[in-house]
Design a protein around this ligand. Structure first.
Ligand SMILES: Nc1ncnc2c1ncn2[C@@H]1O[C@H](COP(=O)(O)OP(=O)(O)OP(=O)(O)O)[C@@H](O)[C@H]1O
Length: 579
């Protein structure tokens, strides 16, 4: 427990600092709340005056004067109430705007290091806190501190009435506490199931083609429905429980108001209270307990925001803000990897162990090895996506984490094994979603990737829109656009993970031509490959197997060694067969 509270301390401090930024405005809201609550006395005082003065004196003038005054006071109250609502709306928006970027970055970074529930729901958590901050429930939290004063006011009318109101208030507060205790867990469970069901639906939608083609629709629906029913069951259980509290609170408050009238009437009969005080006391109690009832009714929202806050504390603590980095000059294409060990996110078993090799400007290195050898892991480590658990990767002498991530992305062009495009035009995709894509560079990159002609043949050329779910492009076309995207922005190193898995001869030739041009410009290329065609332009070969380097050196030597090994193995097998 202590450990856990220490773990989240950093994130908590960060969230509180963001909340504190609007401290001045909270004082305003507090001040407005004071006046709003003070003006709430208008109703009871009016009652008191009407019953005890106007009805007694039968003076119409007094009634009119009082009514005009009441109209003015209620208008003021409405105005102040509206103003504090507007202020809180802005406070909430400011809080969210301040943290949007930070949480967004943390979600992305956490997903790459160790994905968990916090990284999946980070942005939604922030929204839940923002929603609470701008909701009327928060206003009721500002009003609740005034409840004791209203109760004290009732006490002044008559101690019996005061006692009744305090006991009633205590019962309501007890219900609130019970509500919090009992609904917290089921609500959390229900929300978890809802998120899971949504994620599953999203995955099915993204993979709709495969689901359809493989006749998985019924099975996928079954899976989704199972999660959905669990979520629904949870939601029903939570809302039943919450509903019990909400309705019992409302019924109890209404009863309490009548009980006040009853006791008041009894005291009037005994001559201990005026009829005006009887009505005023009842109204006052309604006002005193309204915020408590409001808080109970909207409790799920409070719970959700509380959980969101806690989950954000954990997320921000796990991913501290990145310290500003001194901008480094454009690096030379020199890469030096020393005894590097890398484990996939959330895994303890490394997929690369003690890897060492170096790449000089103007060189292309082919990374080969069987499936699961660690080629893609190396690509992810070289692009800074996966951080080495041990050892180092240096680009022109500087460790990768010394570069600003955005700058590193610009220096190291990356073509992942599975190309995924974003919703947007082809130009926007090649320009990596830049606000103002550099058209000349987009076309140059597309030409280098042999994608230019193909793009021109699309209905709107470079302005053809694609979506992440259906890019309306063939595998090879996607790969060429991915390649153009990797080459956009003048990178010094290219990391190509299986660049030609979907390419025809022409595409292959384009990749090789691009590699050749990169080499000629003193830049370097790493090509992860299964097929020999992809390593045609490579000077060096790095052979991986089971996460270890099996061989590294000039292409011919390594390939010769591979061939010799194969022959030896074949011979040994052949011999074994004869025996
Ligand atoms: N995201 C991941 N989470 C957990 N383990 C992973 C992840 N990615 C890769 N691995 C594991 O790391 C090892 C190396 O995988 P990697 O994808 O680097 O191999 P590869 O050489 O690129 O294979 P292929 O040629 O089939 O693409 C494998 O054992 C794989 O199971």
């Amino acid at each position: 427990m202590t450990n856990q509270s220490q773990d989240v301390r950093r994130g908590r401090a960060e969230l509180r600092a963001a909340r504190r930024e609007s401290r001045g405005l909270y004082w305003f809201v507090g001040l407005f709340s004071f006046f709003v609550n003070l003006l709430m006395l208008t109703g009871p005082l009016y009652m008191l005056q009407v019953y005890d003065r106007v009805l007694g004196s039968r003076s119409v003038e007094t009634l009119i004067a009082l009514s005009v005054l009441v109209l003015f006071l209620f208008s003021m109250m409405g105005l102040l109430d509206y103003a504090r609502g507007r202020i809180m709306g802005r406070v909430a928006a400011r809080f969210q705007a301040r943290l949007d970027r930070r949480v967004f970055d943390a979600v992305i970074r956490k997903s790459a290091i160790a994905p968990d529930a916090n990284s999946a729901t980070g942005l939604r958590d922030l929204e839940s806190v923002q929603r609470l901050m701008s909701s009327p429930v928060l206003m009721s939290l500002f009003d609740i501190p005034w409840t004791p004063f209203f109760l004290a006011g009732i006490w002044i009318f008559h101690p019996w009435l005061g006692t009744l109101a305090i006991v009633g208030g205590a019962v309501l507060i007890l219900i609130t506490v019970l509500n919090q205790r009992m609904t917290s867990e089921p609500l959390q469970e229900a929300n978890r199931s809802v998120v899971q069901a949504e994620q599953m639906a999203e995955q099915i939608r993204t993979e709709s083609e495969m689901v359809q083609a493989m006749g998985m629709r019924d099975a996928a629906f079954g899976r989704w429905q199972e999660m959905r029913s669990k979520a629904l069951r949870g939601q029903i259980a939570a809302s039943d429980l919450g509903g019990t509290f909400t309705t019992s609170t409302r019924a109890f408050r209404l009863f309490l108001q009548s009980a006040m009238l009853g006791v008041g009437a009894f005291l009037v009969l005994r001559g201990e209270l005026t009829p005006g005080a009887m009505i005023a006391g009842s109204i006052l109690m309604g006002r005193a307990l309204a915020p408590v009832e409001q808080a109970i009714t909207q409790w799920p929202m409070v719970q959700r925001a509380k959980r969101g806050w806690e989950s954000l504390e954990e997320l921000l603590s796990a991913v501290p803000p990145e310290a500003p980095k001194t901008p480094l000059p454009r690096p030379a294409a020199r890469l030096d990897v020393q005894r590097m060990t890398v484990a996939p996110p959330g895994e303890t078993q490394p997929s690369l162990r003690g890897i060492s090799f170096s790449v000089q400007p103007g060189q292309a290195v082919g990374v080969i090895g069987p499936s699961g050898a660690g080629k893609s892991s190396l690509a992810r480590a070289l692009t800074g996506v996966w951080r080495p658990a041990g050892g180092s990767i240096r680009l022109d002498g500087a460790a990768l984490d010394q570069y600003e991530p955005a700058m590193l992305g610009r220096h190291v062009g990356y073509l992942p094994q599975r190309v995924q495009l974003f919703d947007g035009t082809i130009t926007e995709n090649i320009a990596r979603l830049a606000d103002e894509p550099d058209a000349a560079q987009v076309v140059a990159a597309a030409k280098m990737a042999d994608a230019h002609e193909m793009i021109l043949k699309l209905p709107q050329g470079y302005d053809t829109r694609v979506t992440a779910a259906s890019a309306r492009l063939s595998g090879g076309q996607m790969q060429r656009i991915g390649l153009a995207r990797a080459m956009y922005g003048d990178p010094v190193i290219l990391v190509l993970d299986e660049p030609n898995s979907n390419l025809d001869n022409e595409g292959n030739a384009a990749v090789n031509a691009a590699i050749k041009r990169f080499k000629a410009q003193e830049r370097s290329v790493l090509v992860m490959a299964h097929r020999p065609a992809a390593i045609q332009e490579c000077d060096q070969i790095l052979m991986l197997d089971g996460g270890l380097v099996r061989a590294f050196g000039p292409k011919d030597e390594v390939l010769k060694q591979v061939v010799q090994n194969h022959e030896q193995i074949a011979k040994a097998r052949g011999g074994g067969g004869v025996q």
